[in-house]
Design a protein around this ligand. Structure first.
Ligand code: TYD
Ligand code: MG
Length: 461
């Protein structure tokens, strides 16, 4: 009989240790090692389920690098027809590749993928949607709610057994498979409970191999808890070709799809959606409603055109200051960089003589996007100053600029594109740094060029 031995697998990064330790030496997570029993001699062929297809593929041979790829066609793509998703994927799903879609429970992963599967499915090109959490009837009800054409090649399977899922894939030869979610899938001959790290690693590995061997595009859904634990998403990240996160605030309708890894495309692009009563609606127009430019100005709220990949979004940055305790004042940044916040508060203290040491300061980027650009410095700084002084900018103003430690304002990239987007959304004035080249005039936008932080604060009425 095969001898059993114990190993410890990190639930966060998947590294294998031979004894239990409190902190994973590879990723530094505390208390993340799980005990697993491995029996020697047990098969661990990651291609087991892919075997039916691998026979068709010739083994690759080594050859001179100059001969590689010269005649290769460009990566084929299957556009899902959901433009905002295709943009993030780099044009669509790549046959034979695996995409991991991560996100908190309830954010809308199943909704997005059912819509994508419905759009991708055709009579001769079926798509297999495997729901390991819901019954086939539940999926059908959702498809109806989403208004999908339920007759055209969308196949639904409610199962969690890997071998049975692979068999259905062989039988139906879909062009794409969605596994919702991979955490629930298990392999019967493994000596580990469903949901464990061993199961997850093995099942995901076999599914990835299956996709590669068959040329089927695979999408795995992975749950992520608030702190990124439990689900072992990082463990999966190494296995797959692309990792796409679905983000947003469940209390709001806005959703952002973002690639954090993409072997076949850039990771700068984001896709914008809005959750409605009938599924996700693409929101290519951005997060700020055109109305926000005409809203009554409020102290502490400043609009800023922010770049995300090739696109510009108008984001409202808000600050609130309240009485705190000297030496223990709170500083909170939600969707913003907390280090930048600390620097900007110091700049306001030193160069604009605002006394903020005993003020609690809360800041946020509205709408669930993360703003990490230095070009948003000045907007954040004016939001804080405006909140503190209870003064607002003129109506329909937006703010662009990086703030230096000496209180000087520095020019930023893509100025013209930002101004055009602001103008399109109805903004009439832009406060920008004096430094840098004179930008091309943009119709409809008056430019207010300021030299330093003091000059910018004077713009607060
Ligand atoms: P779901 O796709 O099930 O999330 P996930 O798979 O990430 O757990 O969607 C969850 C939420 O979305 C749920 O609270 C209901 C809401 N929803 C809508 O608002 N409109 C819709 O058309 C659908 C299908 C869901
Ligand atoms: Mg779901």
């Amino acid at each position: 009989m095969a001898k059993a031995r114990k190993v410890y697998i990190c639930a966060s990064c998947g590294s294998v240790q031979h004894r239990w330790i409190g902190k994973c030496p590879d990723c530094g997570t505390w208390d993340s090692l799980e005990e697993q029993t491995v029996s020697k001699g047990a098969s661990a062929d990651p291609h087991e389920e892919a075997k039916a297809w691998t026979a068709a593929i010739a083994a690759p041979e080594a050859r001179p690098i100059a001969e590689v790829g010269a005649d290769a066609p460009p990566t084929p793509r299957m556009a899902t027809g959901i433009g905002e998703l295709d943009r993030v994927l780099g044009g669509g799903l790549v046959p034979g590749s695996t995409v991991l879609l991560g996100g908190e429970p309830g954010i809308g992963k199943s909704t997005l993928l059912l819509q994508a599967a419905g759009a991708l499915a055709g009579e001769r090109t079926p798509v297999l949607y495997v729901s390991s959490e819901e019954s086939a009837e539940q999926v059908r009800l959702r498809a109806e709610r989403l208004g999908l054409d339920t007759r055209a090649g969308l196949l639904v399977l409610s199962d969690t057994n890997l071998s049975r899922i692979a068999e259905q894939a062989r039988k139906t030869s879909p062009r794409a498979i969605v596994i919702d979610s991979v955490q629930m899938v298990y392999k019967g001959d493994l000596d580990a409970p469903p949901g464990s790290i061993t199961q997850l690693r093995r099942c995901a590995g076999e599914l990835v191999a299956l996709a590669k061997a068959s040329g089927i595009a695979l999408v795995l859904v992975g749950h992520v808890t608030k702190d990124g634990r439990l689900a072992g998403p990082r463990l999966l990240e190494h296995l797959v070709d692309a990792v796409v996160n679905f983000e947003g605030d469940r209390a709001h309708a806005h959703r952002v799809v973002r690639a954090v890894k993409n072997r076949f495309g850039a990771t700068l692009e984001i896709g914008l959606f809005e959750m409605t009563g009938r599924g996700l609606r693409e929101a290519p127009e951005g997060l700020a409603s055109p109305a926000s430019s005409s809203a009554e100005p409020r102290p502490g709220t400043v609009a800023c055109p922010v770049m995300h990949g090739s696109r510009c979004l108008l984001v409202e940055i808000q600050a609130l200051t309240a009485t705190g305790f000297l030496g223990a004042a709170k500083r909170k940044a939600s969707g913003l960089d907390s280090n930048r916040l600390a620097v900007l508060i110091a700049v306001l203290e030193q160069h604009a003589e605002l006394r903020l040491a005993d003020r609690d300061i809360f800041t946020q980027a509205v709408g669930g996007v993360r703003v990490a650009e230095p070009a948003a410095d000045l907007a954040l700084l004016l939001a804080i100053a405006g909140a503190h002084l209870r003064r607002a900018l003129e109506p329909a103003s937006c703010v662009i600029g990086e703030v230096g430690l000496a209180g000087e304002l520095r020019p930023v990239g893509h100025l013209e594109q930002r101004l055009r987007e602001a103008a399109r959304l109805g903004y009439k004035r832009a406060i920008i740094p004096k430094a840098g080249m004179e930008p091309e005039p943009v119709p409809g936008i008056e430019l207010v060029r300021v030299k330093d932080v003091d000059g910018a604060i004077q713009q607060l009425g």
